[in-house]
Write a protein that binds this ligand. Structure first.
Ligand code: PTJ
Length: 248
């Protein structure tokens, strides 16, 4: 890993890049993952690299939805595995939900490497290698799922997802929570709850909210939660921030 001095003003952001590069070198992350990460960075810059109030509310709704799920599953791709292995594992333990490797740029070698990477970080229940079921309506590799995992889940946490599969999962009657820095991506629009935040920050918040909601009794799903309203609020908050930014 390239050494970034902690005093660098963009230390956190540069370290995320290093994790993605290390993921590629380890055969976990796809090369295309670099481009996806760059797109995320650009949105995060506009957002101000912090959790927006609307994203905080979405995370609360996601915590309640995941806590009240009967069979939640956490989908993991090459970027997620490189950036936040410890956090997805912590979440999986808190929710008693399996992790499932599900990748777009599919190779069997990468599925196995991601699984092993998660296991090296302490994961005990990683699905995705079986791929004994298919999500109908999509022709790419994301359709390959485990019957016992995503296929039969009622709530799927699918961060950095593509719109197609999100739509197909919703069509199967599932609820989908996504984490995506782009508030106008198809995934953000289709999901039941879209958290427009960086994956590291979002998972940190999600974990502490789930712990909090567990302590104070099971999460109560906000019946009136509306994903599109939340996305509109996110866009307004970004626009207001940019207007305030001025070029002082
Ligand atoms: O490992 P694979 O083969 O499954 O590939 C994973 C990627 C991410 C390459 C693949 O799913 C892909 O191409 O994704 P997209 O369609 O580029 O969408 C990724 C979305 O995630 C984009 O809308 C980005 O803005 C967003 N994003 C990127 N980095 C982050 C992020 N959102 C939250 N946190 C990030 N760090």
């Amino acid at each position: 890993m390239f050494r970034i001095p902690k005093t660098h003003p963009r230390y956190k952001s540069l370290m995320k890049r290093e994790k993605i590069v290390a993921g590629i070198e380890a055969g976990i992350t796809s090369k295309q993952g670099l481009i996806a990460h760059g797109r995320g960075e650009a949105f995060d810059y506009l957002i101000g690299e912090r959790t927006l109030p609307a994203a905080f509310r979405a995370t609360e709704a996601a915590a309640a939805l995941l806590l009240t799920a009967k069979k939640p599953v956490i989908s993991v791709n090459g970027n997620v595995a490189a950036l936040v292995p410890e956090r997805v594992i912590a979440l999986s333990e808190l929710l008693n939900a399996p992790l499932e490797v599900n990748i777009f740029y599919w190779t069997e070698a990468r599925v196995i490497k991601i699984k092993e990477h998660l296991e090296q970080h302490g994961a005990t229940n990683v699905l995705g290698a079986k791929a004994d079921a298919r999500i109908s309506g999509i022709e790419h590799a994301r359709a390959r799922v485990d019957y016992e995992g995503i296929y039969s889940a009622d709530v799927v946490l699918a961060p950095l997802e593509d719109g197609d599969r999100c739509k197909a999962l919703i069509a199967m009657g599932k609820k989908v929570v996504t984490i995506d820095l782009n508030p106008v991506s198809r995934t953000s629009k289709y999901a039941t709850v879209s958290i427009v935040d960086d994956i590291e920050r979002a998972l940190k918040n999600l974990i502490s909210m789930i712990k909090e909601q567990k302590k104070n009794g099971k999460g109560k799903l906000l019946e009136d939660y509306d994903n599109k309203d939340n996305l509109r609020a996110v866009i307004n908050e970004i626009a207001e921030r940019l207007k305030d930014e001025e070029l002082r």
